[in-house]
Design a protein around this ligand. Structure first.
Ligand code: TA6
Length: 288
């Protein structure tokens, strides 16, 4: 099915619907499952997002790469460990509300509302919209609305896998002097001294609302991540042991990506009936 001249709906693999974008300024792919941006490649560039060669493309399962939408909670569910990590939004099919394009790129509008599946794990009514603008930059706007009768709270993230040539030489700038916690290892708040470097597992939740820059010297590329509506920046690299342990990552994956995530963690956002909150992120390439 062709939606606009540059966008068609394919099933790849079979039975897994994906919007395939081939525009003169950009190419990309986005799955209906999870409204998941799988690929973004500005014209004349290498793909910007990392996608594991071992990623699973199955309904109901998260995809290891691209931009997973973590919502309505980030990380393990605060009260019920049997619920999926990072919420349900990345696991369920969304609808495509609209597709538009112009000379500079393509915009996709995804929509998710409560269903029996979501109500079974989160008893609230909501409307979640993801607007994806693919061009020489990648813009994502995740807007949540409380369409119910009572307030509810949300956390979440745009869990972005950024491809690098060699993470062991990469640095994340812009978090200097920010406080962070190493989410797995210790609740202790630490101050970031200098650039963030990758020589072990890094799984940090920074108290930062500002832009960050990922420098990839081996790849000759620099990526700027700007955001709004997010008080936390999560930086994750699994390093060697976890890359080996995660079944949907090749053993050497740790050297090939860094996750930089525009996140809402603590405090969670509380929405009254009719209230809305937008979390947005822009990725822009700079030649190094
Ligand atoms: O990005 C932070 C994080 O919470 C890490 O702790 C790691 O678990 C990562 O997300 C991947 O989570 P996932 O559920 O996609 O395997």
């Amino acid at each position: 099915m062709t939606l606009t001249p540059s966008v068609s709906l394919v099933e790849d693999p079979q039975g897994y619907p994906v919007l395939d974008i081939r525009h003169r300024s950009v190419s990309g792919r986005a799955a209906l499952n999870g409204a998941h941006v799988l690929q973004w490649t500005p014209e004349g560039e290498r793909p910007v997002l990392y996608m594991s060669p071992d990623a699973l493309f199955e309904a109901g399962k998260p995809v290891r790469g691209g931009v997973p939408v973590c919502w309505p909670w980030f990380g393990p569910h605060p009260g019920n460990p049997t619920l999926p990590a990072h919420g349900f939004a990345r696991l369920v099919p969304w609808t495509v509300d609209a597709v538009t394009e112009d000379s500079s790129g393509v915009t996709l509008h995804f929509l998710l509302r409560e269903s029996e599946t979501t109500l079974n794990c989160w008893p609230h009514r909501f409307e979640l919209r993801l607007e994806v603008r693919l061009g020489k930059e990648l813009d994502l706007v995740l807007q949540a609305r409380n369409t119910g009768e009572t307030p509810w709270e949300m956390s979440g993230a745009l869990h972005t896998y950024l491809g690098v040539e060699d993470a062991r030489m990469a640095q994340v700038l812009g978090l200097e002097e920010s406080h962070y916690v190493e989410s797995r290892l210790s609740p202790r708040r630490v101050i970031q001294e200098g650039p963030v470097v990758f020589d072990r597992e890094v799984d940090r939740n920074y108290e930062s609302a500002g832009a960050v820059t990922l420098v990839d010297p081996a790849g000759g590329r620099t990526l700027v991540v700007t955001k709004n509506g997010s008080g936390s920046t999560v930086v994750w690299n699994p390093w060697i042991e976890k890359s080996i342990r995660l079944p949907d990552l090749p053993d050497d994956a740790y050297s090939r990506f860094v996750c930089v995530e525009a996140a809402i963690t603590a405090p969670a956002v509380v929405l009254p009936p009719g209230g809305t909150h937008a979390l947005s992120q822009r990725l822009s390439l700079r030649s190094a």
